[in-house]
Structures are given as structure tokens and as C-alpha cells.
Design a protein around this ligand. Structure first.
Ligand SMILES: *[C@@H]1O[C@H](CO)[C@@H](O)[C@H](O)[C@H]1NC(C)=O
Ligand SMILES: *[C@@H]1O[C@H](CO)[C@@H](O)[C@H](O)[C@H]1NC(C)=O
Length: 462
């Protein structure tokens, strides 16, 4: 009898293994094409060191518009069509949750809005949305303008690192709009602390003294203390404000940690991306003298309508810079400083006959969409006139799309309008290394942060 039992068990085991193998094969046949590289290191090194277009383009040529690979040790699917971007970001967004490197999530803080998914996300996003409506941001034109002028006036007669300067400017704008002006806060210390924190974003999350991440976490703790101080002073004074900090404070359900994470997150989101786009904008204008001349004319006309040189811009002025608007859109397109975004499939998803497995990373590749010649003919040409017509849905995604799209897009544009206005009306500039290549840090920026020499613009013809 025992013999039969063993035979039977053996038979069941064989059937089971056969079934599993078949199932595995059937599944893997439905996976998108592509290679997975070595586990752990995978194709990550290539991905970070190569131009992101190149990494995907070579695969796209071999495998098509949807490709599997391995990034940062995770299996991943890269997608480079407007339809795929729409699926992941809009129509099936609930099946794809945001996914970020651990060190970034720990440094910014887990509760920051862009790490959230589902109902809690909706609640925080709804709160923050109220801080970025046109009615709110129009009130900040004057403050942004004085920060811009202070920054730019310090450039006169100097050679500057453009990206570093613009990063400081967008940090100040981001912080001022999030937390207002608190005289108890030492602004230099704040900036230094933030810098120390962000150095750890792409480090390994090893929290032991001596490691970069530990130093960044210490800076992060200090930021938390600074924000806690601001919260306390506001509570003591009883003044309610409608900036980001004030808006978050009004929600009794939010803890101090949740408030701090979101303030740090908003400043993070407002900073590198905006600074990098503004740097590219200056670069592209420098390379297109006739477009620059037209932009100058647009802004000289606005200047001419003012009764004095010191009279500031109004929100209406900023909404009436059509050429500059197209220049900004074209800069956003060609530079695509956010090359892609990371999501993770929360269940198995079927797309165009392919299987995207639960737990896999999913990357809509904005850069490849923005540089697709079928969508934007002659894609590497800087041609603002292509935005005289609105782009087709899901072909232009500088601020993402759907429930996680950038809340600050209008504010970022406002910052750029004000920056361009004063740059072209008051200054002239020369790039010191106009042929320099690109650094990925990880946002693309011209090498060395694009050094340039700035002087006063004396005549209209300059
Ligand atoms: C730095 O590392 C030490 C040792 O692991 C740890 O106790 C400390 O909390 C870390 N610092 C921060 C700010 O996390
Ligand atoms: C547009 O971007 C591409 C890819 O980064 C670059 O090669 C090209 O030079 C850019 N166009 C201009 C006009 O700078």
C-alpha cells in the first residue's frame, strides 16, 4: 500500500510542477519584450549614465513601444506612447501607485503628498490645491518679483553659475509661498540645512554615522524642528494664513509630522525642476537670436506701458505674454527635465495584450513622447511656434497628468514669466561655455550649471 501512496504523491507532485511551469511560461509569454539585465544592478547603471532617450531608443528599435527591463533591482516596464501614459496616469491611475527611492521618501517624509495613494492622497491634494489656485498665486506676483530682482541685481557685472543661482531663487520662492515670512527663521541656515538634506536623495539609505544619508537625516530633523517652531509661533499668535503651512494647519486631523513632510515636499517639488527649466530657457534663447529679439520686444512693450522703471508687473501682465508662454512650453518640451515618472502596479494589469505584473515598476517616458517626430516634427529644433496650436491630449506632459499631476504648474510658469521679464528688459548675458554638454543630476542641466556673464542692458538695441 505504502508503495502506491508514494507513486501517487510523486504523480501529484509532477502534475503540480508541470502546471506551475506551464503557468509561468504562459505568463512570461505575455510579458512585454525586452531584457532584464543582471539582478540588483540590472540595467540601472546604463539607465543613469546614458542619455535617457538613448537607453530607451535602442530598446525601442529592437522591441517596440513597451519594453521590460530591470531598474534599481526591480523588474520594470517602460512605456513611450501617449496612450500608455494615459492608462497609467489617468484612466487606470488607481492601479498604479507612486514609487520613489527609499532614501528620497525617508528624507522628504513619507506623508508628503506625492508618496500617497488613494483616499488620504485625495484629501491632502485637495487641501494643497487650494494654495495654488489663480486667485491665490496672483497675490504673490509682487513678492516673487522682488525676490527675482534681488537675485538678478546681484548678478550684474559677474560670472555666475546660472543653475545654482536659479535654484536659490526657486527655493526662496517655494519657501516664501509655503511658509510666508517668519522673522525668527534664519534664512541662510534654512537654505544650508535644506542643501545638506537633499544631498542624500540619491544615496543609499544607510542610517549610520559616517554615511551621507545619516548626515542628510540629521539635516532633515533640523528642518522638522524649524517647521515645528513656525507652527508653534503661528498657533500662539492666533494668525491664520492661507499659505501651504496655514492651510495644512487648518486641518485638525493632520499631525505635525504630516504637516512638516508636506512643507518639505512642496519646497522639494518647487525647486530643482523650476530652476532647471529656467536654465534651459536662457540657454535656448541664447541659441535663437531672432526668437530672443521677439521676446525682448514683447517685454519692452510691457515696460513701456509702465509709468516708471520701478513699477512692478501685475498678474494681468503675466497672463499677457503669449510669445513668452510659447517659449516656456517649448522649453518644457525640449528639455523635459522630468524624463519619466515611477509607478508600481498594485495588481496584474493587461495592456495591449501584454501583462504588467503586480509589483512591477512602470515608467511612462515623457521625454520619448516629447521627442517623438510623429508627434512633434523635427523634435530637437527649438520652435515655440509649434505651440500656436494646442498639443493633442497626452502628448505634452511636462507636469504629468491625472491625480498626481503637478499642483504648482501655474505658479512655476508665473515664476518664469517674471524671471524672463526682468532678465530680458534689464540685462544682457553671454554663456561662457555655449557648447557644453549635459549633466544629469538627475535633472538634466547644462554642464557646470551653465556659467554665464551678466551685465546691464543699456540700450534698447542691446
Ligand atoms: C544616525 O545614525 C545613528 C546610528 O545608527 C542613529 O542613532 C541616528 O538616529 C542617525 N541619525 C538620524 C538623524 O537619523
Ligand atoms: C533639444 O533637446 C535635445 C535632447 O536633449 C538636444 O540634443 C537638442 O540640442 C535640444 N535643442 C536645442 C535647440 O538645443
Amino acid at each position: 500500500m505504502a508503495g502506491v501512496g508514494i507513486w501517487f504523491l510523486g504523480f501529484v507532485a509532477v502534475i503540480y510542477v508541470y502546471y506551475r511551469v506551464q503557468k509561468h511560461l504562459a505568463r512570461s509569454r505575455r510579458l512585454p519584450p525586452g531584457t532584464m539585465g543582471w539582478p540588483i544592478i540590472g540595467e540601472t547603471m546604463k539607465f543613469y549614465t546614458q542619455h535617457p532617450n538613448l537607453f530607451f531608443s535602442s530598446k525601442q528599435k529592437r522591441y517596440g513601444e513597451i519594453v521590460k527591463t530591470r531598474i534599481l533591482g526591480y523588474p520594470a516596464v517602460m512605456m513611450a506612447t501617449p496612450e500608455a501614459a494615459k492608462l497609467v496616469l489617468v484612466t487606470q491611475a488607481h492601479l498604479f501607485k507612486p514609487s520613489y527611492p527609499v532614501s528620497k521618501e525617508k528624507l522628504i517624509g513619507r506623508s508628503a503628498v506625492f508618496f500617497q495613494h488613494g483616499a488620504h492622497h485625495q484629501r491632502i491634494r485637495h487641501l494643497l490645491q487650494a494654495c495654488f489656485t489663480p486667485d491665490v498665486i496672483r497675490e504673490s506676483v509682487g513678492e516673487i518679483e522682488s525676490l527675482a530682482l534681488r537675485t538678478m541685481n546681484s548678478w550684474e557685472g559677474r560670472s555666475i553659475c546660472t543653475f545654482a543661482e536659479l535654484k536659490k531663487f526657486s527655493f526662496e520662492v517655494g519657501f516664501m509661498l509655503s511658509c510666508g515670512n517668519d522673522d525668527h527663521v534664519d534664512k541662510d541656515e534654512l537654505l544650508q540645512t535644506y542643501r545638506t538634506m537633499e544631498m542624500g536623495y540619491n544615496s543609499m539609505a544607510i542610517n549610520i554615522p559616517g554615511f551621507k544619508f545619516n548626515k542628510s537625516m540629521t539635516a532633515r530633523k533640523r528642518l522638522h524642528t524649524i517647521i515645528a517652531g513656525m507652527v508653534e509661533r503661528r498657533r500662539d499668535s492666533g494668525v491664520m494664513k492661507s499659505d501651504v503651512l496655514g492651510t495644512l494647519m487648518k486641518d485638525p486631523a493632520l499631525t505635525l509630522d504630516q504637516i512638516a513632510d508636506n512643507v518639505i515636499g512642496v519646497v522639494f517639488a518647487a525647486q530643482d525642476t523650476t530652476a532647471s527649466v529656467m536654465t534651459w530657457l536662457v540657454k535656448y534663447l541664447s541659441g535663437s537670436p531672432s526668437i530672443l529679439a521677439d521676446v525682448k520686444a514683447e517685454h519692452d512693450e510691457i515696460r513701456a506701458s509702465k509709468s516708471s522703471d520701478d513699477e512692478g508687473l501685475t498678474y494681468a501682465d503675466c497672463k499677457n505674454m503669449p510669445l513668452t508662454h510659447r517659449v516656456i512650453l517649448e522649453t518644457l518640451r525640449n528639455a523635459t527635465v522630468l524624463s519619466f515618472t515611477f509607478r508600481e502596479a498594485t495588481e496584474d494589469v493587461e495592456y495591449n495584450g501584454y501583462l504588467i505584473c503586480k509589483g512591477w515598476k512602470v515608467l511612462p517616458l515623457f521625454r520619448n513622447i516629447h521627442h517623438n517626430p510623429d508627434i512633434f516634427p523635427d523634435p530637437y529644433k527649438f520652435d515655440p511656434s509649434r505651440f500656436e496650436k494646442a498639443p493633442k491630449p497626452n502628448t505634452f506632459l511636462p507636469f504629468g497628468n491625472g491625480v498626481h499631476s503637478c499642483l504648482g504648474s501655474e505658479l512655476a510658469k508665473l515664476e518664469m514669466f517674471i524671471f524672463v521679464h526682468h532678465l530680458v528688459t534689464k540685462f544682457r548675458w553671454d554663456l561662457l561655455e555655449p557648447k557644453a554638454g549635459i549633466d544629469y543630476r538627475p535633472f538634466p542641466v547644462p554642464k557646470e550649471g551653465m556659467p554665464m556673464r551678466v551685465s546691464q542692458r543699456r540700450t534698447k538695441a542691446e
